[in-house]
Ligand binder design. Structure first.
Ligand code: PMT
Length: 404
């Protein structure tokens, strides 16, 4: 794990019950060698007192923007410059909305605007607030501006409900913060990621599709950018913002995706898209009428984009995904060998895999490669993607060393 020793962490605490966990986070950050300064919003002080953070951080806690005594010491602009990274944990729906709208009406929001350091948020709220359209749109805006999203996790909430919205545990936040300072193992490496579903036209208004939301592939693209790669993201139709620093190419069908992939020459190819294996052999030119009692569609095979890329000579480092309802390890290993891949990331899908895989916020992956395997336990897709990209870059660099 990259080191946090000597790093200046500005921890923003907003008004949520998870604020008590941030005290433990301060302890862990200091234990890892970071210097921590804490800024609390007014609402946060209803949950936990500044004195707790002052004792744990060893620094005075700032709460007010217009504080003449504090401003005579380290003023808010100096504090913004002091930070190597800003983490807002817990981050409420209200604070997310204020950040997304660029408000600077208290010390913490002003610091987030004034800093040039990376900003990360660890959301914590009731599951319905997390799912609210306004929150979803605000989070997307922040992510598209490069704000790192740590969590939230799923589970039992303070309000008694169960679902997504829990702040990640302090240990997970510590690891995620360390990741912000990670070296850039893929600097200068060209990475192409496919994501999302494909749509195969039946007629001008209907298509055959699948449940892929694109979240996994988009998270992989963002993680690859964070690792220093030059990333092209080839995406089927999804409703997601483009991660910062990524070149995005939108496609609709498997044939369009193949054409876009063929035009690229990556060093690493990661196929997270759920590409349709078949398409209607002859899409109707006009809308099909419901005259007959039954309708038979003749389907034809789509090209296997991933296998084609793996068969190139020289081939890029090729990573496939496998979506499996059963026999995950056996089927994934078979695909690894049959398609000639360097690595395959298999995820369980279907009714027995609720909350992971297709169209979910979280995932779990089993990685297989020649001579090794590893499990990435269930976590938000952003966390899984960072772990996957780290594993890919380790193997990629190993292979390059062997070829020298
Ligand atoms: O998008 P999300 O909602 O976040 O969900 C993520 C996911 C479940 C879609 C993702 O994690 C995933 O598993 N993607 C691959 C899904 C899939 O199509 O698996 P498969 O086992 O059918 O295909 C194996 C591999 O071959 C995949 O890498 C696929 O991209 C590739 N393939 C498949 C068919 C084809 N014609 N061309 C391909 O390149």
């Amino acid at each position: 794990m990259p080191t946090l020793a000597g790093k200046h962490i500005l921890l923003g605490v907003t008004g949520g019950i998870a604020a008590y966990k941030s005290a433990e986070l301060v302890r862990l950050l200091r234990g890892a060698g970071a210097e921590v300064r804490v800024v609390m919003t007014r609402a946060a002080q209803s949950f936990i007192g500044p004195l707790t953070f002052q004792s744990l951080s060893g620094n005075p806690v700032r709460t007010e923007l217009m504080d003449s005594v504090a401003e005579a010491g380290m003023g808010h602009i100096e504090l913004a410059r002091w930070a190597d990274a800003v983490l807002v944990a817990p981050c409420t729906a209200n604070f997310i909305a204020r950040l997304a709208n660029g408000l600077a009406d208290d010390l913490l929001s002003t610091l987030c605007l004034a800093t040039e350091a990376p900003v990360a948020i660890a959301p914590a709220m009731n599951r319905q607030m997390w799912a609210a359209t306004a929150t979803v749109e605000n989070v997307r805006r922040l992510e598209s501006r490069g704000v790192a999203l740590f969590g939230p996790g799923e589970g039992e909430q303070a309000c008694g409900e169960v679902g997504p919205g829990r702040m990640l545990e302090p240990a997970a936040l510590l690891a995620a913060m360390a990741g912000l300072f990670g070296d850039r193992p893929l600097a200068g490496v060209r990475v192409v990621v496919t994501a999302g579903p494909t749509r195969e036209a039946v007629d001008p208004v209907r298509f055959i599709g699948n449940r892929s939301s694109g979240r996994m592939g988009f998270a992989v693209a963002a993680a690859a950018v964070a690792a220093g790669a030059e990333v092209t993201l080839i995406s089927g139709p999804v409703a997601l913002p483009t991660p910062a620093g990524v070149l995005r190419i939108d496609v609709e069908s498997a044939l369009e995706m193949r054409k876009a992939v063929v035009a690229t020459t990556p060093d690493i190819f990661i196929a997270a898209a759920a590409v349709a294996d078949y398409r209607p052999a002859q899409p109707a030119a006009g809308k099909i009428k419901k005259d007959a009692g039954t309708l038979t569609l003749v389907l034809t095979r789509n090209p296997d984009i991933l296998a084609e890329v793996a068969a190139r000579r020289p081939a890029p480092f090729t990573v496939g995904f496998a979506a499996e309802t059963d026999d995950l390890a056996h089927n994934a290993r078979t695909k690894l060998a049959r398609k000639g891949l360097d690595l395959i990331a298999a995820n369980p899908v279907g009714p027995s895999a609720a909350g992971v895989g297709f169209d979910s916020e979280e995932n779990t992956l089993e990685l297989f490669w020649q001579g090794g395997e590893r499990i990435l336990p269930r976590a938000p897709k952003g966390v899984i993607a960072r772990q996957l990209v780290q594993a890919i870059s380790d193997l990629y660099r190993e292979r390059r060393k062997d070829h020298k």
